[in-house]
Design a protein around this ligand. Structure first.
Ligand code: MRU
Length: 364
């Protein structure tokens, strides 16, 4: 079990002059192929094209992308490295706008450099590689803690509905929403998962179903439009998704279609939970109206399955994410425990507790 749920989604290979190796998620489930990334433009492209995707994994990719951008700075002048650091951070921050982990990770890299003051170039590069690796390792630890915090939400023989992919592929390992499933499965609890296929890019059918099958969890793929029918038939006991950005009041951006599920869940009196690490919270914005929503290429809708699925010139509306208001969310499953009810006060109290956890991890 542990091997299957510990996919090496993204890793740094070698020392400061090394490179990034990641699963190319655009090739799944047909092929499990890795790509090597050697410079920031290749990393930018990998993020934009969803070779690496899912908010936490994008954050890790961005941090490692910064280290790649400093590989050829051999100059002894620290000012040149600093300038390059700023340029690379600025550049990578434009790859995708909604998931806050991207900017969170880049800020962390900048802060690490600031803390080292006028250290020499070699020391700075080494420290930034360590920081990127730490971001990866901490994400893995947070995901495992999320699994433990949320596993009791899944009752024996429950039907769990999930959307998009919030699994090991979307994080350092283990996942967020799927971490909860993995942890319940590891306890021997029988349950089944329904995976929304998640149009237009099919992260649910391509990635979530693939991951869960590898782990031996009973998974059934459904078209996104089937969710309401299953709820009405009483087959769904819990809806569990990940998040790309959670505002201070708990409003949550996640893959387009999540809001519709939350409304359906409310109509059928089914608990709707969001699982996310603290790195996905953006306490600088009061509510979800401030979350930038990525618009994707309309051809992802018009040419959905490698062929025309709409007239070539059809107008398409292609947001990648929507925002679910906090009042529809029963709880937020985080590494610091389950936050419920969801609101500004409960979130700030819980994230204060999380700071304590973070300090413990940093000391290890
Ligand atoms: O466009 P994607 O595939 O990057 O969207 C991913 C999601 O919406 C996930 O649910 C979210 O990032 C959480 S991943 C733990």
């Amino acid at each position: 079990m542990a091997a299957e749920t510990s996919l090496k989604t993204i890793e740094w290979v070698g020392g400061v002059d090394g490179f990034v190796r990641m699963i190319d998620q655009t090739r799944l489930p047909g092929e499990l192929v890795h790509v090597e990334i050697h410079d920031p433009p290749a990393m930018w492209e990998a993020i934009r094209q969803l070779r690496v995707r899912g908010a936490p994994a994008i954050g890790i990719a961005a941090a490692m992308g910064v280290v790649l951008g400093l590989r050829d700075v051999n100059d002894t002048d620290v000012a040149i490295l600093r300038k390059r650091l700023d340029e690379v951070c600025e550049y990578l921050s434009t790859a995708r706008p909604t998931g806050v982990n991207l900017t969170w990770a880049l800020q962390r890299m900048r802060r690490r450099a600031d803390a080292l003051g006028q250290s020499d170039v070699a020391t700075l590069r080494r420290a930034l590689l360590d920081e990127a690796r730490r971001i990866r390792d901490e994400d893995a630890a947070m995901c495992h803690a999320i699994g433990q915090a949320g596993e009791s939400l899944i009752r024996p023989h429950a039907g769990v509905l999930t959307h998009c992919n919030a699994g090991g592929l979307a994080t350092a390992e283990y996942g967020t929403a799927l971490a909860v499933c993995y942890a319940a499965h590891e306890r021997g609890r029988p349950f089944r998962v329904f995976a929304d296929e998640t149009r237009p890019l099919l992260q649910g059918s391509r990635l979530t179903a693939w991951e869960l099958q590898q782990a031996g969890i009973d998974v059934t793929v459904i078209c996104d439009s089937t969710a309401g029918m299953l709820m009405r038939r009483g087959e769904i006991d819990l809806v569990l998704t990940g998040a790309d950005r959670i505002a201070a009041n708990g409003d949550t951006a996640n893959k387009i279609g999540t809001y519709s599920l939350a409304v359906l869940a409310r109509a059928h009196d089914i608990p709707f939970y969001v699982a996310a690490p603290s790195s996905t919270f953006d306490l600088s914005i009061p509510d979800g109206s401030h979350i930038p929503i990525e618009q994707r290429d309309p051809d992802e809708i018009r040419r959905g399955f490698g062929r025309l699925t709409a007239p070539p010139q059809a107008k398409c509306f292609a947001p990648a994410f929507d925002v679910t208001p906090a009042e529809l969310i029963r709880g937020l499953v985080t590494e610091a425990g389950i936050i419920s009810p969801v609101g500004t006060e409960s979130i700030s109290a819980a994230l204060g507790a999380r700071e304590a956890c973070q300090n413990i991890w940093n000391r290890r």
